[in-house]
Ligand binder design. Sequence first.
Ligand code: ADP
Length: 162
Amino acid sequence: MKEKVAVYPGSFDPITFGHLDILHRGLELFDKVIVAIANNIEKKALFTVEERKDLIRKSINGNDNVIIDSFDGLLVDYVKKVNAPFVIRGLRAMSDFEFEFQMASMNRNLNPHMDTLFMMTSKDYFFVSSRTIKEVAQFNGPVSEFVPEVVALSLKEKFQRK
Ligand code: ADP
């Protein structure tokens, strides 16, 4: 039987327990999930793509069903390239919904075979985003409740150097 593979795209700058929760739940539905870092030059990232990949790798504890990759350009083109028409996205709030609805509709318009699956955030993580984590970490606030230890350490190092 053909393996069911989904793409989980995002910035992952850096990965949080919110992302990991969606990823693990995605793995209940698909044989493999490709965590695909969108290399968006317009979004100024704190971590390089390689650093983000490394943090994801260290956060998933050698799970062979997770593939870590990155892409430039349109998600529809990436999805075609890897031949995985299902995309997973997490929803935290109504504000996420509006943007996600537009993106999913546009993507489906560009590629009618592509489908986006939305998963509701878990109650513990609905307020967790990479952006808020960076804001807290920047001022030495505690983030270890929301990110893996390796991410918390890397955030500390990053902001110490700045
Ligand atoms: P952010 O920078 O806002 O954390 P990303 O672009 O890295 O977002 O997110 C990739 C995907 O993961 C998006 O679908 C986003 O909605 C989802 N996501 C991020 N954080 C959470 C969370 N705490 N709970 C559920 N989904 C989340």
